[in-house]
Design a protein around this ligand. Structure first.
Ligand code: ADP
Ligand code: MG
Length: 275
């Protein structure tokens, strides 16, 4: 047996392996996210980030190893118990049904129906709409929203669910610069309020700026884990992402900025578009 005690609160993967059709997608992955911290999960396309998040959420049983939620094996928790402990923003944020935005966000409250918490439904929904800045969209049909609007509405539903564990798969991928910062500030605030927050991020600068810890996945394994400045070194990121990078301190905050190495602009082929 392992010597480390289970985290009493938060979510944890212990030596999790996932195999699909004989292919190993995760290979003995250890990952913890505890109350009060925002963990950024990074790695190239296909590294296994979404798979790790599904196992952490209790949605995908591992082939080997253990997923723990609040110290309990995730597969022992009934769906309703899971839904009261962790909320999940999926990478695919598409909604195929015509619903007003208000109802989509209200769906986040269903785990609390017929509990004393239900008396807070209106307050939680209003708070989630305000924090994600989508109050002006409440009467619109969700299928008519832009990608960025839909991403924020989906996040509002996750916030309305009001769980201590929050798992976000690429919450910023459709968002503009300002909304990216807003969403990550919000995620960081959830952590400061005691939440255990995991965010899968492609933007390494956001991971560095907002992550208390960064976990780098590569080919289904944890390639590095630690504080942003420990994980985001030029040689490691260059290797894992298969492109040379420079890492420089952000002029304002000092946290690492990862810059892809590019040819000087004068060496670029300058051309004009025909027609
Ligand atoms: P990431 O989120 O890091 O881009 P994923 O976790 O989505 O990566 O996928 C990791 C790898 O596992 C990919 O190569 C993907 O094609 C494969 N994979 C994920 N889910 C399945 C599945 N259900 N069946 C087959 N292969 C899968
Ligand atoms: Mg993914």
């Amino acid at each position: 047996m392992t010597a480390t005690p289970a985290v009493e609160r938060g979510a944890e993967l212990r030596a999790v392996t996932v195999e699909v059709a004989g292919r190993r997608i995760l290979d003995r992955v250890d990952l913890q996210v505890g109350p009060g911290e925002l963990v950024a999960l990074i790695g190239p396309n296909g590294a296994g980030k979404s798979t790790a998040l599904s196992v952490l959420a209790g949605d995908l049983p591992p082939t080997a190893g253990t997923a723990l939620i609040d110290g309990v094996e995730a597969h022992r928790l009934r769906p309703l118990e899971l839904a009261r402990r962790r909320s999940v923003l999926l990478q695919q944020k598409g909604v195929s049904f015509s619903y007003p935005v208000r109802e989509v966000v209200a769906m986040g409250r269903t785990p609390w129906a017929r509990t004393p918490e239900a008396s807070r439904d209106d307050e939680r929904i209003a708070d989630a709409l305000a924090r994600t800045g989508v109050e002006h969209l409440v009467d619109l049909d969700v299928t008519t929203l832009s990608g960025g609007e839909l991403a924020r509405v989906s996040l509002a539903r996750v916030l309305a669910q009001d769980c201590p564990i929050v798992l976000l798969d690429e919450p910023t991928d459709a968002l503009d610069l300002g909304h990216r910062e807003q969403v990550l500030s919000l995620a960081a605030q959830l952590a400061r309020d005691g939440g255990a927050v995991l965010a899968v991020l492609h933007d390494l600068d956001l991971a560095a700026a907002y992550g208390d810890r960064v976990v780098l996945l590569h080919d289904g394994r944890v390639a590095a884990e630690g504080r942003p400045e420990e994980v985001l070194t030029a040689s490691r990121i260059g290797d894992v992402y298969d492109h040379p990078v420079e890492v420089v301190p952000h002029p304002g905050s000092g946290v690492p900025l990862v810059l892809p190495v590019r040819p000087p602009s004068r060496q670029r082929v300058s051309g004009t578009l025909d027609g």
